[in-house]
Design a protein around this ligand. Structure first.
Ligand code: HEM
Ligand code: HEM
Length: 210
């Protein structure tokens, strides 16, 4: 069966630009996959310090595997985002709200790269020199220019990056809370379709926005 025009990303006649009223399936899948992976890794990050022995080693390996997966998926997602226009904001959003949403989303993309990269720097600089085996199967290298630094510089880089990794994680958690609050406000207070268009199976409440 032929899809309605907005599902195909077509807003009108031949000459009109492509305007979607909801996110494409690829964008939705990437959003939720990455969100679950990040939340899992925040939880793992704060749990693994309390484990001991082999349990701790396994949790660290899992944390590194999920984190590197986030890094790779984030690269795919950013490439997708740069080549696909998102649906326009609802007409009722003020210029300030639009700028705030855009700024927060840009910050999220930065954090999706910065957090895994800083973790990768920590393990590359660490004097323990532990290998990383993604999901117990795929060997992942250290960052050579970091790993090859003299011992004293490596120690300094490790300490600084460890602190950065921790603060970036807290910043991420705070921004996620803000982001979820904004999504719920749109859904329950403003009653627009901002949340529904990021969910695969919810029916949209409003159709003619933006
Ligand atoms: C989405 C990605 C990631 C998130 C959300 C995340 C989150 C966290 C959190 C919350 C902690 C605990 C921080 C603390 O309170 O001390 C942590 C620690 C750590 N993470 Fe990550 N991380 C991510 C990616 C990575 C990656 C890719 C690696 C390595 C390849 C990594 C390596 C580490 C290490 C080695 C520690 C322990 C640092 C210490 O000993 O204090 N992380 N991470
Ligand atoms: C780790 C968690 C999350 C991250 C990193 C994240 C990140 C993002 C990013 C970067 C966008 C912008 C997409 C674009 O480029 O247009 C976005 C959109 C969105 N997110 Fe999340 N998200 C997370 C969790 C959630 C959760 C739990 C919810 C639901 C309550 C949610 C609801 C939404 C909605 C509704 C949009 C669409 C906003 C719009 O249409 O302008 N997100 N998210």
């Amino acid at each position: 069966m032929k899809k309605p025009p907005e599902e195909r990303g077509i807003s009108g006649g031949e000459a009109t630009p492509v305007v979607r009223s909801r996110y494409a399936s690829v964008a939705i899948a990437l959003h939720w996959l990455i969100a679950v992976a990040i939340l899992t890794n925040l939880w793992l990050g704060w749990c693994m310090g309390h484990a001991e022995g082999m349990d701790q080693f396994r949790l660290f390996q899992l944390h590194k595997s999920v984190g590197i997966t986030v890094l790779l998926l984030a690269i795919v997602r950013i490439a997708w985002r740069l080549s696909h226009r998102p649906p326009p904001y609802p007409a009722g959003m003020t210029p300030f709200e639009r700028r705030a949403a855009g700024g927060l989303h840009a910050l999220f993309y930065l954090l999706m790269l910065a957090l895994p990269l800083s973790g990768w720097v920590i393990v590359s600089a660490s004097a323990y020199n532990l290998p990383t085996l993604l999901f117990g199967a795929v060997p992942w290298p250290h960052i050579a220019p970091v790993h090859d630094l003299p011992a004293a510089s490596r120690q300094l880089v490790e300490d600084r990056t460890r602190t950065a990794h921790m603060w970036l994680a807290w910043l991420f958690l705070a921004l996620i809370a803000l982001h979820v609050a904004a999504a719920l406000k749109h859904h329950f207070h403003d009653r627009d379709d901002v949340l529904a268009r990021m969910l695969p199976r919810l029916r949209r409440r409003a159709r003619n926005q933006g």
